[in-house]
Design a protein around this ligand. Structure first.
Ligand SMILES: C[S@@+](CC[C@H](N)C(=O)[O-])C[C@H]1O[C@@H](n2cnc3c(N)ncnc32)[C@H](O)[C@@H]1O
Length: 213
């Protein structure tokens, strides 16, 4: 079974609570799809299948973009750590000049391809690991990327360099432990309904920050 067929077999079309106008291929429970992914890959101890859920970060980014399309219209946009590509799809729908999705999980790219097709938009796959790349985007979206210390330490210096080079870097944080306190300018707040199985609560507040150099 190829990656797209696997995603289709493990998910169903559903609408994220905060962005019901963007249907996506989503899972409802984490354990069965995590187990199925390990079986399909023939590997144990893999990262969770992040791509199968619309995390609160990308829901807030997508809501913000669709409510104010001028934020991204005509701009070159990167959805960094895109998961299933919700923020990328919102940017494409809002009239971005180009949209790339960056991921390290090949199944996330497969999910993003399917989700983009479902929404009738074009999202390009950023090749390889983009962390450290020179600026080639006007706007960089980063939804829910500060949930682990090593990842945060790996990506934040690069996001700040992009901001120093003139990119607008928007980080959407649902209250994760490692989000930096300095050099973050709050732009907007959203209350996002979440699944208790994933978040151990019914709702999370997401703050959209502009990352400064
Ligand atoms: C919590 S998910 C958030 C997905 C999406 N942005 C959202 O808010 O729905 C974090 C994602 O970061 C991706 N990721 C982790 N390290 C990465 C890296 N160095 N480059 C690109 N993606 C990365 C993971 O594969 C995962 O899909």
């Amino acid at each position: 079974m190829n990656p797209e067929a696997f995603v289709l077999a493990q998910t169903a079309i559903a609408r994220p609570a905060l962005v019901p106008e963007v249907p996506l291929y989503l899972a409802t429970e984490v354990t069965p799809i995590w187990q199925a992914t390990e079986d399909w890959l023939g590997e144990q101890g893999i990262e969770p299948p992040f791509w199968a859920f619309a995390w609160p970060g990308s829901q807030a980014l997508a809501r913000w973009i669709l409510d104010t399309p001028s934020r991204v219209a005509g701009r070159r946009v990167l959805d960094f750590a895109a998961g299933g590509g919700l923020a990328a799809i919102a940017a494409a729908r809002a009239g971005a000049a180009s949209v790339e999705a960056a991921e390290i999980d090949p199944l996330a790219h497969a999910a993003t391809r399917l989700n983009a097709r479902l929404n009738g938009v074009t999202v390009l796959e950023a090749p390889g690991d983009v962390v450290g790349s020179a600026k080639r985007w006007d706007t960089v979206l980063a939804g829910d990327v500060c949930y682990e210390a090593p990842m945060t330490q790996h990506i934040m210096p690069w996001l700040r360099r992009l901001a120093a080079s003139g990119a607008e870097v928007i980080l959407a944080d649902p209250g994760r432990a490692y989000v930096p306190r300095e050099g973050m300018e709050p732009l907007a707040r959203f209350q996002v309904p979440v699944a208790r199985e994933l978040e151990d609560r019914e709702e999370r507040e997401v703050i959209l920050y502009r990352v400064t150099a």
